[in-house]
Structure formats: C-alpha cells, structure tokens
Design a protein around this ligand. Structure first.
Ligand SMILES: [Zn+2]
Ligand SMILES: [Zn+2]
Length: 275
C-alpha cells in the first residue's frame, strides 16, 4: 500500500484555523494516509492529532516548524520525529513563544502610534492559546475593517518594510537544527525556494541538516525537480507538504495538494533517534 502523506500543516496550536482534531479529520476526508503536524514553535497540537489519527486510521507524523533567520532572511526549519518531552527543545519553544508575545506587543505599539488601537487580548483571542504570530494581528485588522484581507495587512502594516514591522528574534538555522537533532529528531530545511540561497543548504549539513522540503506550493514544478535532484546529490531526504493553514485568505495550499509517498516517511523514521 502506498498512501500519500502531506508533511506540512498548521493547526490552532500556531496560526492554523483548524484544531488538531479537525485537521486530522480533514486529512481523512482528503484521502491522505498520513499528515505531518508542523506548528510554529509548538508541539501542543500533536497529542490530540495522534489520538484522532489512531481513531481515523490517519498516520500522524509529529513535527514542528522553527522560525530562524539567516542574513536578514527568514529561514524555517522543520523537525520530525523528535522526543516530544525533550526538556531542551520545550525550553526553546517556550523562549520563542515568549519572544513572539514581546514582538506582538511592539507591533501593537506601532499600530497604536499609527492611530489603530488594538488590545493585546484581541490578538491573543485570535491565537486561541496557540503560538501568536503576525497572521493573528492581520485577522484582527481584517475584522476591524482596517484592511480587506490578510495580504493587505502585510503589505500596508505588518510585512518587512511596512510601518508596523518589527524584527523578530534572531535564532540561527544552525541553532534550530541542533536543537532538533539533540532531541533525536530529523531537521529539514522548509521551502528553500523562498529562502533563495541554495548555498545555505550545504552550509547547514555540518550543523546536522538531514532533509530539504523540495515540494511546496510556492515551488513551481521545475523548482521541485531541482531540489529533489539536489537532495539526492547531497544525500538529503526530499520532503514535501502543502503548508496548509486551514480555511481563510492566508491559506497556502489545500491539504493534500502537495504530498510525498510513504517511503519518504520511512526515511525520516530511520534517521530519527527516538521513533
Ligand atoms: Zn514556513
Ligand atoms: Zn508552515
């Protein structure tokens, strides 16, 4: 049996709109054999997803997406099959989530100076207890009618270079990779096409990188092929996923529109020190 897996999806544990249970139910409706839960800086959705997956016979791949920075660019590192109870990794997530709150408060201060008052609690309510991020502020701006859609919120206020933009904390991709490896997991560079600097891939191998996300909605077909080939040449695992964020304007791709087959999941498991 060769079912399809979508290895990149977000839930309400970060900036997705589906709860972990809803996401796994959706994966089943979409006919997937399995789904990777890769929330930003949080593993809070994984237990519920695994429980639902057992009931619905959907194989849940535990994961995370850590936001790092390299030469002024955002670099995301996915991690799979790590020890969920790893103290050092959970400490890192806590630190990153606190920094997310700090950043949110500084953005709200800037918006306030621009004559757009937003309460901290409005954003936290939008985040629903998950890792807070700019998409949550964007949704509040949309609900208040300040902007028409999420894209507008980023273009006019929240995106890099916009008046309410605030730099995020500077975790290096190497640090993110090492944290995942230390917890027995498999680090994968997310959507390298969005980073746009392929030399970084080789630079990250000594730090412990084990895979690259060759297939992603923001990679056209030729880019996917190029990264799959590069992964083979470098001995890295070529993963893929839709980066699904649920219903709403900011969603990247529908769940299951970018998938890999079971052999990729097998490779991830083999590289994992704990699963
Ligand atoms: Zn990402
Ligand atoms: Zn993502």
């Amino acid at each position: 049996m060769n079912g399809r897996y979508d290895l990149h999806a977000h839930t309400t544990a970060s900036d997705g709109t589906f709860t972990p249970r809803e996401l796994v139910e959706h994966a089943r409706r979409r006919g997937l054999a399995g789904v990777g839960i890769t929330d930003h800086d949080s593993t809070d959705g994984i237990a519920e997803a695994i429980e639902t997956g057992k009931r619905l016979h959907v194989d849940v791949v535990p994961g995370v997406e850590i936001n790092a920075e390299y030469e002024g660019k955002e670099v995301h590192v996915l991690g799979y099959y790590f020890d969920l109870d790893s103290g050092s990794l959970q400490d890192l997530f806590r630190k990153l989530r606190n920094e997310r709150i700090n950043r949110m408060e500084r953005i709200l201060q800037k918006l306030d100076e621009l004559g757009i008052p937003i309460e901290r609690d409005e954003v936290l309510a939008e985040a629903g207890g998950g890792a807070v991020g700019r998409p949550h502020i964007a949704r509040v701006l949309m609900k208040k009618g300040v902007v028409q859609d999420i894209r507008g919120a980023f273009d006019h206020y929240l995106g890099k270079g916009a008046p309410a933009y605030v730099e995020r904390c500077k975790l290096s991709p190497q640090e993110a990779i090492r944290a995942i490896r230390d917890a027995g997991g498999v680090p994968v560079l997310a959507h390298p096409g969005l980073v746009g600097k392929d030399a970084l891939i080789e630079e990250l191998i000594p730090a412990g990188l084990l895979g690259i996300e060759a297939s992603h909605p923001d990679h056209p077909t030729d880019v996917r092929q190029r990264y799959t080939k590069l992964a083979n040449e470098l001995g890295l695992i070529a993963t893929g996923g839709s980066d699904f964020h649920g219903a709403g304007a900011e969603h990247r791709g529908e769940l299951g529109t970018v998938t890999v087959n079971r052999s990729v999941v097998q490779q991830l498991r083999e590289k994992s020190g704990v699963f």
